[in-house]
Design a protein around this ligand. Structure first.
Ligand SMILES: Cc1ncc(COP(=O)(O)O)c(C=O)c1O
Length: 441
């Protein structure tokens, strides 16, 4: 039950936010003053004792909910043995076991190898470097709306909001962005399926003819479902067509599963919904239930770089690896199926709300990666940015944590083991907040 003990934010939360403002970088993107005290499953409590339903899971990270006892136990057991030894310079069992497990679950039968990182952006950075190294080519293709991270290589691939880039140029040269398969707002004003996935055809017909020689392209980086860009699910055949294109021109297909992967969409990796085997897969966020860990997984054939070419101090931290092994056990043990079931519940309820609410332009998603794009008018599709922000704020005040993405989308990305009761209760709060905001904004 999401119950507020007092007005939100309470006095303690206000004090912490004031202190935070003095000492924490202003570049962070806090939407509302939620100051966490503790969490259990899909419920969280703030420092004033207010309870909230968590539809954010720490931005798609707490795959098994907050403080799952099996994950906590794995962390404690590993901490009792050793906390760090640097997987770049030494060997240890949990890192090897996790790499073996990833080898087994990442799409593709070919033998793979793993480079461990601490975050998503580092996994993308590693993929960027490996793609250049192993192909000898320098150029990359990525998509408008993409978010791949904020370190310089990953940022060069990112194109979701200008604020991520403003003031940081020059970025890594050689990245060309093209429109994504965003059917609700097709860049070419076409309609699926008569478009015949023109957004992929465009790369060959226009980009490769006029601007970029495919021979110079090392890789195409793609999110199976765009995350930060608005929870955009591309049409059927989209990824197959990208695979055909990359195969034809001997270009690597890098699949950024950082937000969509690890069971969130009802399959271990979202690209499996399209039946595509990428060359490189980037993983982070949900892999270790909140312990910092990322991975760049590539075929052994692709891992041509020699000792010393790439490494880091903390990547593959033993506690993170132990948490990841426990997390994967739980995902495979039923949480992935729950994500698929609860995702259907979300979609069903949201679609039935859609007819009653003039602002619910598009409802979309797979598993527990669900977006509702809010618009001022369903015909003009003008983004309702203020309305979206008001809904997010009102939900917070009424005991539900959600976040926005894209221009005017609300995203739902709870833990994979969320219960039906909490889904229903959270959606009731969402609808109430939306109804109020539609009247006020
Ligand atoms: C698809 C995708 N790639 C990369 C990243 C970057 O991950 P991190 O914030 O861990 O660096 C994110 C983060 O939101 C993401 O959603």
């Amino acid at each position: 039950m999401a119950e507020a003990k007092q007005k939100i934010p309470g006095p303690l939360a206000k004090q912490y936010v004031k202190r935070d403002k003095e000492v924490i970088s202003p570049s962070y993107t806090r939407s509302y003053p939620f100051v966490m005290d503790h969490g259990k499953g899909s419920l969280v409590w703030d420092v004033d004792g207010n309870q909230f339903i968590d539809f954010t899971a720490g931005i798609a990270v707490n795959a098994t909910g907050h403080c799952h006892p099996e994950v906590v136990q794995a962390i404690k057991d590993q901490a009792d043995k050793f906390i760090h030894m640097s997987g770049t310079d030494f060997y240890y069992k949990v890192q090897i076991e996790l790499a073996e497990k990833l080898n087994a679950i990442v799409p593709g039968r070919e033998q793979k190898q793993v480079f461990f990182t601490n975050s998503g952006t580092e996994a993308v950075e590693a993929a960027f470097k490996l793609a250049r190294y192993s192909t000898g080519c320098t150029r990359m293709i990525a998509f408008l709306g993409a978010f791949h991270g904020r370190s310089m290589g990953a940022l060069s691939l990112t194109a979701s909001k200008y604020v991520h880039r403003a003031g940081f140029s020059p970025l890594v040269p050689g990245v060309t962005h093209v429109p994504y398969g965003y059917c609700y707002r097709c860049a070419y004003n076409l309609e699926y399926p008569s478009c015949d996935i023109y957004c992929v055809k465009y790369i060959e017909d226009t980009l490769f003819r006029r601007l970029v020689s495919p021979e110079e392209v090392a890789a195409i980086f793609v999110e199976p479902i765009q995350g930060e860009g608005g929870y955009v699910v591309p049409p059927p055949l989209y990824h197959q067509r990208l695979r055909e294109l990359t195969d034809k021109y001997d270009i690597l297909l890098v699949d950024d599963e950082i937000q969509a992967g690890m069971g969130r969409t009802g399959k271990m990796f979202a690209i499996e919904h399209w039946g595509v085997v990428p060359d490189i897969v980037c993983i982070a966020k949900g892999i270790a239930s909140g312990m910092p860990l990322g991975a760049m997984v590539a075929s052994k054939r692709q891992m041509t770089w020699p000792s010393g070419a790439h490494g880091n101090t903390f990547g593959g931290n033993p506690i993170s690896c132990a948490a990841a092994l426990a997390t994967i056990r739980l995902i495979e043990g039923g949480y992935m199926q729950n994500a698929a079931r609860m995702g259907e519940r979300f979609l069903e309820r949201l679609k039935s709300m859609q007819g009653k609410h003039p602002s619910m332009g598009d409802v979309r998603g797979l598993g527990l990666m669900i977006g509702v794009e809010l618009v001022k008018d369903k015909d003009t599709k003008e983004p309702a940015v203020e309305l979206r922000d008001a809904v997010v704020q009102k939900c917070f005040e009424q005991g539900l944590l959600i976040l926005g993405c894209g221009m005017s989308t609300v995203r739902f990305m709870p833990a994979l083991n969320i219960t039906a009761d909490l889904v229903d209760e959270g959606l009731e709060i969402f609808e109430r907040a939306l109804t109020e905001a539609e009247k006020e904004v």
